[in-house]
Design a protein around this ligand. Structure first.
Ligand SMILES: Cc1ncc(COP(=O)(O)O)c(C=O)c1O
Length: 374
C-alpha cells in the first residue's frame, strides 16, 4: 500500500543488533545455557539499576508477574482485590487466577488511571486484601503519590501493573521506584520488548522478592524441597540474552518514542482532537498516543479514513473489564461511576513505535487532518 504506516513496526533494529544476537545465541547454544545462568543474572542486575529497585525477579510473562506478586502479598481464595475497570484483561485475570474476587474501580478521564474517589470509597467499604493500579498509557495517575499514601494509610498493599510504563519517570524518579511491588511485561510490543514472552516483578522488599522467586520456580527451597506450591514461571536464558542486548538501546528507543508522542501531543489538538497526556510530574515513555474521540460518528469517520489510507490504529482498550463476558461470574462489585465506559468508547491510538520517521508522522497527521476537515 502506498504511503501506509503500520500501527507498530517491531522490525526496526539498530545496526548490528541482529549480528550481536546471533553471536550470543551461538555461544549459548554451544554451552547449552538455556535455564538460569549469566544472562538471567545480568538481566536482573541491569533491571534493578534501570528501574531503581533493589530486587528484580524475572518470570515467564507479565500476567505471571501479576499472579506472583499477588501470591507474594498473601492474596488467595476469597480475598477481595480492587482492580481498575480500564486495563488489559490480564490485570483482572490475575486476580481471578489466584482465587481472589475482583472489585472494579472506575477510571479517571483526566489521566486514564483509577478514580481516586472510587479507590478511597472502596478501601473503606470493600475490605480488600490488596489493590491494583495499572500505568496504562506509558504514564500513571496524576495522583499516584496520593494513591500510594492512601493505600499505606489503610494498610492495604498496592500492586502496580507497570507492563506499559517501562522507562517512564514520576517526580524525576523511575515510576517503579516508589511502588511497594510492581510488575512489567516483555511482550514484544512493550517498550522493553523481548523476542517472545517474558516479565518481571520489582520490589525493594527482600521478603516479597524471595517469595516471588520461590513461587516462580515451583516453590522450591532446595532442588527437591518445596516450601510452597508455585509453578514454572522461569524466563528463558535466550530470552534474557535478547533483552540484555535490547537494554543497550533502550534510551535511544524511548527518546524516539517520546519524540513521536510529543509531536502528536503538539499537533493533534490544533486539528481539534482531544489528546490525553500525562501530568507535569511525568516523563512518559512514549508507549502510545492516546486520542479521545467522544463523538462516535466522528470516531468512525476517522477510523475509516485511516483504514482507507493504510494507516494502522488501535483502541487501547475498547471495553471495561466488568463488561467482559468472561467477567460475568467473577465480578464482585464496582466503585465509582461509568467514566471507564466513556474512556473505552472514545480511545483511539495512532501509530507509535521507535524510529518512526518524520515522513511517517507527517503522513498520519495529514490523513487525520483530511478526515477531520470533511
Ligand atoms: C497492562 C497490562 N498488564 C499485563 C499484561 C500482561 O503481560 P503479558 O502479555 O506479558 O502476560 C499486559 C500485556 O499485554 C498489559 O498491557
Amino acid at each position: 500500500m502506498t504511503n501506509g504506516v503500520p500501527f507498530i513496526d517491531l522490525k526496526r533494529f539498530e545496526p548490528g543488533f541482529q549480528q550481536a544476537l546471533m553471536e550470543k545465541f551461538a555461544a549459548m547454544t554451544s554451552n547449552a545455557q538455556f535455564i538460569g545462568g549469566n544472562e538471567i543474572a545480568e538481566l536482573e542486575r541491569r533491571l534493578q539499576t534501570v528501574v531503581s529497585v533493589q530486587h528484580a525477579v524475572t518470570c515467564a510473562n507479565g500476567t505471571d508477574a501479576l499472579q506472583l506478586a499477588l501470591r507474594a502479598l498473601g492474596v488467595g481464595r476469597g480475598d477481595v482485590v480492587l482492580v481498575p475497570n480500564v486495563t488489559f484483561w490480564a490485570t483482572y485475570e490475575a486476580v481471578v487466577n489466584v482465587g481472589a474476587d475482583p472489585v472494579t474501580l472506575d477510571a479517571s478521564l483526566e489521566d486514564g488511571g483509577v478514580s481516586y474517589a472510587a479507590l478511597e470509597q472502596a478501601l473503606s467499604q470493600a475490605k480488600p486484601k490488596a489493590a491494583i493500579v495499572a500505568h496504562l498509557y506509558g504514564w500513571g495517575s496524576q495522583q499516584l503519590a496520593e494513591i500510594r499514601e492512601l493505600c499505606r494509610k489503610h494498610g492495604i498493599p498496592l500492586l502496580e501493573d507497570g507492563a506499559q510504563c517501562f522507562g517512564a519517570t514520576y517526580q524525576e524518579q523511575s515510576i517503579y521506584k516508589g511502588a511497594l511491588i510492581s510488575t512489567t511485561s516483555f511482550y514484544p510490543a512493550k517498550v522493553l520488548g523481548g523476542a517472545g514472552d517474558g516479565g518481571a516483578v520489582f520490589t525493594d522488599d527482600v521478603g516479597l522478592a524471595d517469595k516471588v522467586r520461590r513461587l516462580a520456580n515451583h516453590g522450591r527451597t532446595t532442588h527437591y524441597g518445596y516450601g510452597d506450591v508455585g509453578w514454572n514461571s522461569r524466563l528463558d536464558a535466550l530470552q534474557a540474552a535478547f533483552l540484555n542486548l535490547s537494554i543497550n538501546h533502550i534510551d535511544q528507543r524511548i527518546a524516539s518514542r517520546r519524540e513521536a508522542a510529543h509531536f502528536y501531543q503538539k499537533v493533534l489538538p490544533t486539528l481539534g482532537l482531544e489528546v490525553l497526556s500525562p501530568s507535569a510530574d511525568y516523563a512518559e515513555n512514549g508507549y502510545c498516543n492516546v486520542c479521545l474521540v467522544r463523538d462516535q460518528g466522528k470516531k468512525k469517520a476517522l477510523e475509516t479514513a485511516l483504514k482507507d489510507a493504510g494507516i494502522g490504529f488501535g483502541n487501547i482498550y475498547p471495553g471495561v473489564m466488568s463488561s467482559q463476558e468472561g467477567a460475568r461470574v467473577y465480578n464482585k462489585g464496582h466503585f465509582g461511576g461509568r467514566d471507564g465506559e466513556v474512556l473505552c468508547a472514545s480511545v483511539l491510538n495512532l501509530p507509535l513505535f521507535p524510529y518512526m520517521t518524520h515522513e511517517e508522522l507527517d503522513r498520519v497527521v495529514d490523513v487525520v487532518r483530511g478526515a477531520l476537515s470533511n
